[in-house]
Write a protein that binds this ligand. Structure first.
Ligand code: CUA
Length: 426
């Protein structure tokens, strides 16, 4: 009864399940017996025909008292014995277990093998051989959980923990982070590949990915970094305008900064702009870029700069901004749509419900929810208007306070058009 446990893929999975099932069965048996007796007696001895019956005097029974003390005690000892015996097995690492270092960090798992091979969000291990995972965390508390192996261990910053298991069949199994660790906690997953010994040693000694990486030029590595660090969300490479300046022909260009100062885009400027972007913001852009000071090494910054130098060429054809006259002819909702595209709202707010930097506009009108400061909001005309003009004062829970204020950049008419446009996105 009640056998809902996942696939068993390690040698102690059977034993863990056995104890777990026995506890479940005993619990279900006693729950049914006790609640059943309760219901039965309640019905049988209910007050009938408005007549009070005198309760008979019953004296205690020593046989029953002994029975219902001794039997549950024996059951508890039995469960504790097997629980302890199996737990001891789970913490007693066999000699010669393969060791893999595991680091949890917001929000991914890194694995490193003794020969230096590294992987992210997946690892390989040979079938029928014990493997020991040595677990640590780079930031907050995580927990590494492989349900099919029946193992789970916390990843604690500044402290090593470990677990081991012996996979009994090949296949790919899911591992989870099972300690709430921030917004992307549910995406913090990893794959466990259990393969044959031959395949494992082939995989472990195949260093072609690293060799390929080692042969890459700084500019190629920079391109990889550019794509992997989310830069593409805000910076185009084809000259089109997004939240931040395009990288196209950027190197060597002269830019005007907020405050009127002019700078030439060279290595020194780019380094500053990456590490501490809001110190010098290019005119016409909002100071919304997160600093990369602690996220990139100086070598990586150099690679990014090398890449940016290579982004040259003709600008993609960008649709010309509609003239004021054309805009006046459109319906308010269409005018709002044009403004949505021209004022760079498009960089951070999707129209299809997906989460980019800010909340999606789809279904926004009339939505209500919580703000970062604990207050609640309902997205009516007044709320949307003040969110456009002074967004920092009412940031929706779960989003960064990244939106620039549009105070002075949009008039009442334009804001009304944008609200009309939002209303059409159901
Ligand atoms: Cu890491 Cu949840």
């Amino acid at each position: 009864m009640f056998r809902y446990l996942p696939e068993r893929a390690s040698d102690f999975a059977h034993e863990v399940d056995w104890v777990n099932n026995i506890i479940t069965d005993i619990s279900v048996f006693f729950t049914v017996a006790i609640v059943g007796a309760m219901i039965y007696f309640a019905v049988k001895y209910r007050k009938k025909g408005a007549v009070d019956h005198e309760t008979p005097q019953i004296l205690g029974s020593h046989t029953l008292e002994v029975l219902w003390t001794v039997v549950p005690t024996l059951i508890c000892i039995y469960i504790a014995y097997w629980g302890t015996a199996i737990y001891n097995k789970m913490v007693d690492v066999p000699k010669g277990a393969h060791e893999i270092n595991v680091w949890g960090e917001q929000w991914l798992w890194r694995f490193e093998y003794a020969n230096g091979k590294k992987t992210v969000n997946e690892f390989y291990t040979p079938v029928d051989e014990p493997v020991r995972l040595i677990i640590n965390s780079k930031d907050v508390l995580h927990s590494f959980f492989i349900p099919s192996m029946r193992v789970k261990k916390d990843a604690v910053p500044g402290q090593y923990t470990s677990l081991w298991f012996r996979p009994i069949k090949t296949g790919t199994y899911q591992a989870y982070c099972t300690e709430y660790c921030g917004t992307q906690h549910s995406a913090m997953l990893a794959k466990v590949h259990v393969v044959s010994k031959e395949e494992y040693s082939r995989w472990l000694n195949d260093r072609s990915a690293e060799e390929k990486l080692a042969r890459m030029s700084p500019a190629e590595l920079g391109e990889k970094l550019f794509n992997e660090n989310g830069c593409t969300q805000c910076h185009s490479i084809d000259g089109s305008r997004k939240v931040g300046p395009s990288m196209l022909n950027l190197f060597g260009k002269e830019e005007e900064l907020v405050g009127g100062k002019k700078v030439k885009v060279d290595e020194a400027y780019l380094q500053k702009a990456i590490l501490n972007p809001n110190a010098e913001v290019v005119l016409g852009y909002a100071p919304v870029m997160p600093p990369f000071e602690e996220k990139l090494t100086s070598e990586q910054v150099g690679q990014l700069i090398a890449y940016i130098k290579t982004v040259k060429g003709e600008a993609a054809v960008v649709p010309a901004a509609a003239s004021a006259e054309d805009l006046a002819k459109l319906s308010p909702a269409d005018r709002g749509k044009k403004l949505y595209e021209q004022k760079a709202c498009v960089g951070c707010h999707s129209l299809d419900g997906s989460k980019v930097v800010g909340p999606s506009f789809k279904g926004l009108y009339g939505r209500s929810g919580k703000l970062q400061n604990g207050a609640t909001y309902t997205a009516d005309d007044a709320y949307i208007k003040s969110s456009i003009l002074a967004p920092a004062s009412q940031v929706v829970e779960g989003y960064p306070p990244a939106m620039p204020a549009y105070e002075g950049q949009l008039n009442d008419d334009e804001i009304a058009s944008i609200i009309e446009f939002i209303k059409t996105l159901k």
